[in-house]
Design a protein around this ligand. Structure first.
Ligand code: G3H
Length: 479
């Protein structure tokens, strides 16, 4: 057997082993294999990371924007060169299909390049005083966009490279420094991504990589007075905890979802079934934007379910090494949770149309009919391959049930009636609504928004540049 690599952390331009002398073992979610070890860092080392980021940021903010953009382009090229290598580690570490792992790295390089280009055109503006009653044209406001300082970027396991770089790139482009804390499962992929950035010419101390146990450094890091902004993607309960603790620090949160698909009477049923299945089941449903419930009118439910079932039966189930759509979930706790939702639904009368079985952490793609609002699966986010179908009497009922959820990430509406689609989109309490398409983030320059328990603030390349800067006003009083 190969010896697993022990990865080091990056602090002030040096790859270090933690003074704790402790590491965290990262095992593959789909085979009994140690992928590697990462450093279990201490509070003292967190202090050092933030201190060095502060120093580096002062210099970086003075580096011309076109040079900051060049670093990002170099980084993108380096990631493209290493796409196969990093894609393979994503597969091993978080159990994503190999092709999707490689695609994630390529998509990341594209986001970085787009951020560099958009960043060059990102600027403040000018205002004249006489537009306001009593104001004078002799008052001119020059509005600059200035960096916030040290950005704490915390990424999730499911996109360990993409959702990390989507935070780092806009932070760097706008003159910030970064302290990067990857999800523990995902931190090897994150480390390789940072290696590529170092290779691209990252100045010392500008990005610091902090790995470690949440119980030791989590709250310490997120409430540290040296942090000027936090951008987090992950579970809703952690996000809510963060939002309670991070008083006065700008915060962007991308959290969970319970995205509904609303299938209207005049929908193209084949299209709806295709989009629902791919939206619900890719990467075993471990996406915040996965379709997590379907509303269909009672008189059309049988037709839709037959179409969905035929597609679910064809999903490949097995190993990420074979690019299976359905793969083992990230850990046992997650699989237990999903199994619990299925059992609860079954006990309360849901019909299992397909799946419902489990082997280790591999949950078969599960399609549930006759799901009612009494069942947990109608409301809770599985982050696994289970899709509840809820039969309703009217479109109004679909909208009411959609809005009753604590979540508000996205929704899909399937209809040929564009007026109805827009009316329903306006009524849905979500950040985005997809008409005749599955729920998903991107293309990555579109705004990405979660409301209610799904998030805070807006992401997407342009909006992330906004959220990592503030206006600085200089007023010229012409005499
Ligand atoms: O898990 C949350 C991700 O932002 C979803 O991204 O729609 O590209 O899978 P995706």
């Amino acid at each position: 057997m190969k010896t697993a690599i022990t990865y080091t952390s990056l602090i002030n331009g040096r790859w270090i082993e933690s003074e704790s002398n402790e590491t965290i073992e990262i095992s593959s979610p789909y085979k009994e294999e140690l992928v590697g070890r990462v450093q279990a860092m201490t509070k003292n080392e967190v202090d050092e990371a933030i201190r060095s980021a502060k120093v580096a940021q002062r210099n970086w903010a003075r580096v011309p924007a076109h040079k900051r953009a060049s670093l990002l382009h170099e980084w993108a090229s380096e990631l493209e060169r290493r796409a196969e290598q990093i894609g393979r580690v994503i597969m091993l570490e978080v159990g994503k299909g190999l092709a999707d792992g490689v695609k994630e790295v390529i998509r990341t390089a594209e986001i970085i390049r787009y951020t560099a280009e958009e960043g060059l055109r990102f600027a403040g503006g000018m205002m004249q005083g006489d537009s306001f009653p009593g104001g004078s044209a002799n008052k001119l406001a020059v509005i600059k966009k200035v960096p916030l300082g040290v950005v704490l970027a915390i990424s999730p396991f499911n996109y360990p490279v993409n959702l990390a770089a989507a935070k780092l790139a806009p932070a760097l482009m706008t003159g910030n420094a970064v302290v990067f804390k990857p999800a523990t499962q995902g931190s090897i992929s994150g480390t390789l991504m940072i290696e590529a950035l170092v290779e691209a010419g990252l100045p010392k101390g500008l990005v610091n990589l902090v790995t470690g146990r949440g119980s030791v450094i989590g709250d310490y890091l997120t409430t540290h007075p040296g942090i000027d902004m936090i951008t987090f993607t992950g579970g809703t309960s952690t996000g809510q905890h963060l939002s309670r603790r991070s008083a006065m620090v700008p915060l962007v949160l991308e959290l969970g979802g319970k995205d509904p698909a609303l299938v209207l009477e005049d929908a193209d049923m084949e299209l709806a079934a295709d989009q629902i299945v791919s939206g619900a089941f890719s990467y075993s449903g471990q996406r915040c934007t996965a379709i997590k419930r379907v509303f269909v009118l009672e008189n059309q439910a049988d037709e839709l379910i037959a179409l969905v079932k035929a597609r679910v039966e064809k999903l490949s189930v097995g190993s990420p090494e074979e690019n299976s759509v359905i793969v083992p979930l990230i850990d046992k706790k997650s699989a237990d949770f999903v199994e619990g939702l299925i059992t609860d639904a079954r006990d309360k009368g849901a019909k299992v149309i397909h799946g419902g079985t489990r082997e280790g952490n591999l949950i078969a793609p599960t399609l549930l009919d006759d799901v009612t609002t009494e069942m947990r699966v109608a409301w809770e986010e599985p982050f696994g391959p289970v899709l509840p179908i809820i039969r309703v009497k009217s479109v109004d009922e679909m909208v009411d049930l959609a809005n009753e959820s604590e979540y508000g990430l996205q929704a899909s509406v399937f209809t040929r009636d564009i007026d109805a689609a827009f009316r329903i989109a306006d009524a849905l309490e979500t950040g985005s609504v997809q008409i005749n398409g599955r729920t998903e983030r991107g293309p990555d320059h579109f705004p990405f928004i979660g409301v209610k328990s799904s998030g805070l603030g807006v992401q997407g390349v342009g909006r992330s540049l906004e959220s990592m800067t503030r206006d600085k006003l200089t007023v010229l009083n012409l005499q």
